[in-house]
Design a protein around this ligand. Structure first.
Ligand code: SF4
Length: 340
């Protein structure tokens, strides 16, 4: 069973005035984690890191417990209307992490203990959009599941949305410690998506995360409890054994979740990178085997002024046809939300 135990934990002084802050503090002491109380500002010093590599790996073992001061939520197109800020970063060390370019060089894990205020704000957003429904995304800046054992935030958020007429909540994870969520009352208002890849890709690039089997088992446990389940397949990588291995992954998924095949949703994302992401990846993982050769890609300007290197059109077409065909074969309801 996956369990994240940080090497050090920093607590903002104010955070200890909240029950969750106090509980996490006691738990860290019980586990023998090096704990420190810091001022109520946003800067965290005290994480070692003379090189980008050291900074990254030390930060990934650091928990920061704070109070969220900005209660304005960012928008979250296209997957939801708003981000729900519960956690930032995660203890996983995926070489192609989608947060590579948005978090600092020290991507420590930050949790916000004023969950009641955050959920109250979510309610305000829902009321403003009424009678339209509002969709909230819990993993825009993190994978919130690894710290659930300390925070209980996902369970609390799930039970909050279960009672909201005009709100839905979704999050995506690569982790498997779903047991605390099994007894939550969710009223089918929640979608949990598991980010998966072929076994080879997970082993090679998604360090410190659970295996494909563990993720599938976690999905099954939640499906058995009537949660809506989705799979985010990505980044899809075009490598020598891709057809065989992605087929194996999909057939395993279909076999394991055979009772729920018609209800699953799929999001398909091919591998891409920006100049900045490549630079960051090479600093932290200088020996990476990720395909980061610009000459094998096509460059496309993104909507925010920076460009991305995508697979060329013929490769995209091949990947798209393959996944469409296989998903149609294994999952008759064929619910692909998008392929990019
Ligand atoms: S699990 Fe998700 S958030 Fe965590 S390092 Fe991997 S890609 Fe990033």
């Amino acid at each position: 069973m996956y369990e994240f135990i940080p090497k050090r934990a920093f607590f903002e002084k104010d955070a200890l005035e909240y029950p969750t802050g106090k509980n996490i503090y006691l738990k860290m002491q019980e586990l023998g984690v090096d704990t420190q109380i810091i001022g109520t500002h946003n800067r965290v010093t005290g994480i070692p890191g003379k090189t980008p590599q050291e900074a990254y790996f030390e930060a990934k073992r650091t928990l920061v417990v704070s109070v969220r001061r900005t209660l304005d939520f960012e928008t979250c197109k296209p997957s939801a209307h708003y981000q729900l800020p519960l956690v930032t970063s995660c203890p996983g060390e995926c070489e192609y992490c989608y947060l590579n370019t948005t978090l600092s060089k020290k991507p420590y894990i930050r949790v916000y203990v004023n969950i009641d205020e955050i959920l109250k704000k979510a309610k305000d957003y829902m009321e403003k959009r009424a009678p339209e429904v509002t969709l909230f995304e819990g993993s825009a800046t993190s994978d919130p599941l690894p710290v659930e054992i300390y925070t209980g935030f996902l369970k609390k958020t799930i039970e909050f949305f279960a009672n909201q007429e005009l709100g839905y909540f979704r999050f995506v994870t690569k982790f498997s410690n779903v047991d605390p969520l099994l007894e939550a009352k969710h009223n089918k208002k929640i979608t949990v998506r598991f980010s998966i890849n072929s076994e080879t890709i997970i082993k090679q690039f998604e360090h410190k995360t659970p295996s494909l089997d563990e993720r599938i088992n976690a999905a099954l446990k939640l499906a058995e409890k009537d949660y809506k389940i989705g799979f985010m397949i990505g980044p899809i990588i075009y490598y020598p054994a891709w057809e065989y291995e992605y087929d194996k992954m999909l057939s395993k998924l279909a076999e394991s979740l055979k009772g729920y095949k018609d209800t699953l949703e799929f999001e398909l994302i091919t591998h891409r990178f920006t100049v900045k992401a490549k630079k960051n990846i090479l600093q932290v993982f200088p020996k990476t085997k990720l395909p980061l050769e610009e000459k094998e890609r096509v460059f496309k300007f993104g909507q925010f002024g920076y460009g991305k290197y995508l697979y060329p059109a013929e490769v995209m077409e091949e990947l798209k046809n393959f996944f469409q065909e296989k998903i149609r074969e294994y999952f008759p309801a064929y619910n692909i939300l998008y392929f990019v």
